[in-house]
Design a protein around this ligand. Structure first.
Ligand SMILES: [Zn+2]
Length: 408
């Protein structure tokens, strides 16, 4: 029998052990994080599982089944500094409860593994999804080698304290050898489910992202002596583009953001000669993302012409949309309906470890539980307890359905 209330009690226990009045303090590669993991190991010690930490620092608990084929349930016990009490640890603590329920019923038909990914948040070194990207093979150690924290400690040094060698981290990829399905529960961290009045949703995938710096170049000139029709105002073009990309986002059902505007010379008495803005565009479909990008590029050229300035684009970062498994989406939909009667399908704006596992080729699914006020990465992060109970129940149902699916 699954006992969802135990998950809530254990989350509170963990909060007491690793949080303070400012929130959760389980930043990866710190003593508090190690304490959280040791706490998890004492829970796992009561189960017929083997526990190991892989080359990338991910902690695995394995319940051997009749087949080597493995169903993975994942999450991350690390948090941002002053974080919430649910982001990441709900996933693993709920997974622990599901593992308990399955173990209590005897040897399962497939092997069941609970994984606590190392450094999902990247809070100390600015690089998120450390452990899961090592396992998926998408990590490039050379990009991480030189990263330092605020105190000047390098990432490889911090890893070594916890027995992880950066150059061997990708050997953890072998953990996915028999992986046949990956399940992850997470709080939504956004306002959608709350606005619909629904406790749970099926996640369709994670958004693809296109991130650019766009520079408009005109001519800086005296604010008093330059007539309005003689100006080459770089900010004029940037302003028009900012308003246009909001319409582009709405038209295509994606999200588009100008997050930064820097003007030169940036003084009150000069027309702006150069303006650099950043653009972040996100969409769940590759075609939608490409269309938004093309329209933004065309609009930037049109506005540059209108303002008699030039425009140049520089790519900062990009990732394709990652779509979860269609059959697992169906199973998850059914598990949620059976738990609370109604369901919603939604994309994930943030990336999650599930995205890495998915792009490594493992059939993957996530479910979201409602977040209050859409807040996360803050101590105010919260979810109604009645919704947490439903979330554990739905994850448990999904696990049962997935095991049957794997046997079919
Ligand atoms: Zn998280």
């Amino acid at each position: 029998m699954i006992k969802p209330q135990r998950t809530i009690d254990e989350l509170k226990e963990l909060r007491l052990l690793t949080g303070n009045s400012d929130g959760a303090q389980r930043v990866c590669w710190t003593e508090t994080w190690a304490r959280a993991r040791a706490w998890m190991r004492t829970k796992l010690a009561e189960l017929p599982v083997t526990v190991e930490v892989d080359e990338a620092g991910n902690q695995w608990a394995t319940l051997r089944g009749q087949s080597n084929q493995a169903m993975l349930i994942g999450g991350h016990i690390d948090s941002v500094p002053n974080g919430g009490w649910l982001d990441g640890c709900l996933n693993v603590v709920a997974g622990l409860e599901v593992l308990r329920r399955i173990a209590a019923e005897g040897t399962p038909p497939v092997t069941v593994r609970l994984v606590d990914w190392a450094d999902e948040e990247g809070a100390r070194f600015g690089r998120s999804l450390f452990g899961s990207s090592a396992v998926s093979g998408y990590m490039n150690p050379d990009e991480l080698r030189l990263l330092k924290d605020k105190a000047g400690v390098s990432l490889p040094e911090a890893l070594a304290t916890y027995g992880v060698n950066l150059d061997q981290a990708k050997q953890a990829g072998k953990q996915l050898q028999n992986a046949a399905a990956y399940l992850e529960l997470h709080i939504e961290q956004g306002p959608v489910l709350e606005s619909l009045g629904l406790p749970l949703g099926v996640v369709l995938g994670t958004y693809g992202v296109e991130r650019y710096a766009i520079t408009f170049t005109g001519q800086s000139a005296h604010a008093g002596s330059t007539p309005m029709d003689k100006r080459r105002d770089a900010l004029g073009a940037a302003s028009k583009l900012h308003l246009e990309i909001r319409e582009i986002g709405k038209r295509h059902g994606g999200v588009c953001t100008v997050g930064s505007v820097v003007t030169k010379p940036g003084i009150v008495t000069a027309v702006v000669g150069q303006c650099e803005i950043t653009l972040d565009q996100r969409h769940l479909s590759a075609a939608g993302l490409a269309a938004m990008l093309n329209e933004a590029k065309a609009a930037s050229e049109r506005f540059a012409q209108e303002e008699n300035v030039t425009v140049a684009w520089r790519r900062i970062w990009q990732i394709e949309p990652i779509l979860f498994h269609p059959e697992l989406i169906e199973l998850c939909d059914a598990a949620i309906r059976e738990t609370c009667g109604t369901v919603h399908h939604l994309p994930s704006g943030p990336l999650h470890d599930a995205a890495e596992v998915c792009r490594a080729g493992v059939p993957t699914i996530m479910l979201f539980v409602q977040s209050l006020r859409g807040l996360s990465h803050a101590k105010e992060e919260d979810t109604k307890e009645e919704h947490l109970l439903l979330a554990v129940e739905a994850l448990d149902r999904l696990a049962t359905k997935t095991m049957s699916w794997l046997q079919a």
